[in-house]
Each structure stands twice: as C-alpha cells, then as structure tokens.
Ligand binder design. Structure first.
Ligand code: PHE
Length: 357
C-alpha cells in the first residue's frame, strides 16, 4: 500500500517530538482516534479487493501496533523525565548540619538538690515528700508549736483562705520542711532515715530572703542515735558537697521540735572579699538541728521510750550560693534567661557523690 512508509515516518517523528503528555494524547487521537488518519486508512480496507486487502491489512495493522508502542514508549519516557525534574527540584541535602537549637539549663537549685540527694543517698537516706499546702497541725502543733507559741509569729506564715462560715483553722503554705518528719513517721514508723527537700514559704523579702525558698529536712530515728551521729553525718555531708574537709561548729539554740537544739555553722574565710568554705577562721550559719523532741515522736505515733534520733533543716538556696558563688538570692527566682544561662548546668552534668562539680 503506497504512502505507508511516509505515514509511518511522519507519525513516528511527531511522537518523538511531543513535548508533554497532553501533546502526545493529541497525536494519538489524530492518528488512531475514530477519525484519526490511520483509522480512516483502515476503513478503506473494506473497499479493496481481497488480494489488495491481504497485503494492505497486515501492513496497516503493523503500522497501528508500531504507532501504539511508540506512543507508550514516549509516554513513559516523558513520565520519567517529569519525575527526574521533580526529584531535582525537591532535592534535600540531608548531610547539611541542622540549625542550632537553644538548649535549656538546669537551675542551680535543682542541681544542688540532686547533689544533696546523691550524697545523703550514699549514707543510706531515702527521699520523702510532703505537701506544700499543709494543715496547721502538721506545720505547727505536731511539731510542738501550739497556737500561742511565739514561733508561730516568727515564721511569717502565709495562711490559705477558708470559705465564709468555715471556722476550722486555715491551712498554711508550709513554713519549713519539718512537717514531713511527722508525715513520714506517721506513715512508716521507726526506725527511719530520710531527707525531705522542697519548697517552703515565708512572708519575707530582701537580699537574703525570698517568700519562697528551699530547705532540705533530715531525720534519722533509731534506738540509740545521738548528737554525735548528727555531727558525723553533717561533716561528712559538707565535705562531700564542697569537695574539701569542712569543720562544723554547733551552737546551742532553741527549736520547739528538738531538745537539745543546735544551730550549725561551717568553717569559712572571707579573705579577698569572697567567701571560701572549708578554710579560715570565720563561721557561717547553714542549718538548724537537734534531737527530735519526745512530744514530736508522740505526735507522729512513735514511742519516745523506745526511739530517739536527730533532725536538721538546711537552706538549699543558701548552700547553692556558697558553693557556686552566687551573690544575690533574689536572682534565683527572677527567671532571667541570662542569669539562667550563666549559672545553669548542662542537662547531662549528672551529680554524683564527690563529683565536686
Ligand atoms: N525547721 C527549722 C527551720 O525552718 C529547722 C530545723 C529543722 C531545726 C529540724 C531543727 C530540726 O528553721
């Protein structure tokens, strides 16, 4: 059949030049659609003689097949090219270093609490906790501070509100961690050996006082615990905490919940205008302590005829300032990011006994 070669050449050339899938579809319709050029040619077969048809039929069919497969080959190569182009524009360099992110820091109070906990844990003390809002019974009465006692007034207590007409004594923001002594002995009895770190509240504000601050309570109850044990434990603690041998000085004092009572100073020097713990001839007060008063044991349902022990309460913020040379207590709670970055600790700086960080 004449003209077939030209037809093949033309269509294959157009297919080869099709720029996208849309153009390719137009070509398919123009060649093989109902009124396409090749389809019309096939319709002419009917008018041919059987002999002519015998050669023209297969030739046309072959052409149709050839055009069809050229169309699908072109289609898939256009698809590949489109994908290549997309991959090229959406390319991402995963080897680039990521943008730096600001990491937070551990607050000195958290860090020191962890250090204190690690050191006391090493001496067999477990950690106990109590509520920050407590009843006046736990905060005062059970600790041998009855309603009329001057110590109540000295504590600058924050009282919670009661509903109108409710005449029960109001709860308080605990003024010290000592109520945890009562709660722990009540729940677990004797013997016991615990520390209780946490927040406490007093209405007081100047360079060395903030209305919220941190204490750690210590309590050791057994059959024959004495002041000597207290002194050893505290000296052991301070030496581990400050990373140097620290002498202590016990001064007779008074707390309603201990008898006898002592305030404890640690040795320091003020030479050069900065305080150094563990050297020199000066003393710094860091805690209150004593032998737990029999009335306190009784209030917590522990028999004072059988059990005795020591308790102490230490300012965490205070010893943090001393160890890390932080001059103003109020800055602890200002949430100033520059301060936090300067005095904060890296998250992975895990405190350990004698780590000396
Ligand atoms: N609770 C006392 C205070 O806050 C400290 C203390 C605790 C004293 C335990 C003796 C025994 O000042």
């Amino acid at each position: 059949m004449e003209g077939l070669d030209k037809l093949r050449g033309d269509w294959l050339a157009r297919i080869g030049e099709a720029a996208d899938e849309g153009a390719l579809e137009e070509i398919r319709v123009a060649a093989l659609g109902k009124k396409g050029e090749i389809s019309l040619k096939m319709r002419e077969l009917g008018k041919m003689s059987p002999e002519e048809r015998q050669t023209a039929g297969p030739a046309l069919n072959a052409l149709k097949d050839e055009v069809n497969s050229a169309l699908s080959a072109r289609k898939s190569s256009l698809g590949d090219a489109a994908l290549e182009a997309r991959l090229a524009t959406e390319w991402l360099d995963v080897t680039l270093p990521s943008r730096p992110r600001r990491v937070g820091s551990i607050h000195p109070v958290s860090q020191v609490t962890e250090e204190v906990t690690a050191i006391f844990a090493d001496m067999g003390f477990a950690v106990a906790e109590g509520p920050q809002i407590d009843s006046d019974w736990y905060n005062f009465d059970a600790l041998n501070i009855p309603g009329h006692h001057p110590a109540r007034a000295e504590m600058d207590t924050f009282y919670m509100a009661r509903a109108e007409g409710d005449n029960r004594p109001p709860h308080v923001l605990r003024t010290h961690t000592s109520p945890v002594q009562i709660r722990h002995m009540e729940a677990h009895g004797a013997p016991c050996r615990i520390i209780a770190p946490g927040r406490v509240y007093r209405a007081d504000y100047d360079q060395t006082h903030t209305p919220m601050f941190h204490q750690v309570e210590g309590l050791a109850i057994d059959r024959d615990i004495s002041m000597a044990n207290l002194k050893w434990v505290l000296e052991e603690f301070f030496s581990a905490y400050f990373g140097t041998k620290v002498k202590t000085r016990f001064r007779a004092s008074h707390f309603p919940f201990t008898e006898p009572s002592a305030e404890v100073d640690i040795q320091c020097s003020w030479e050069g205008g900065t305080v150094k713990v563990g050297e020199g001839d000066d003393w710094l007060e860091v805690l209150g302590s004593g032998m737990v008063h029999p009335k306190v044991l009784s209030a917590a349902k522990v028999d004072p005829a059988e059990w005795q022990g020591f308790a102490f309460g230490m300012g965490i913020d205070r010893i943090a300032m001393l160890k890390y040379g932080i001059p103003d207590l109020r800055a602890f709670f200002d949430s100033d990011l520059r301060w936090l970055r300067h005095y904060g600790f890296a998250a992975l700086q895990v405190p350990a006994v004698h780590s000396g960080v």
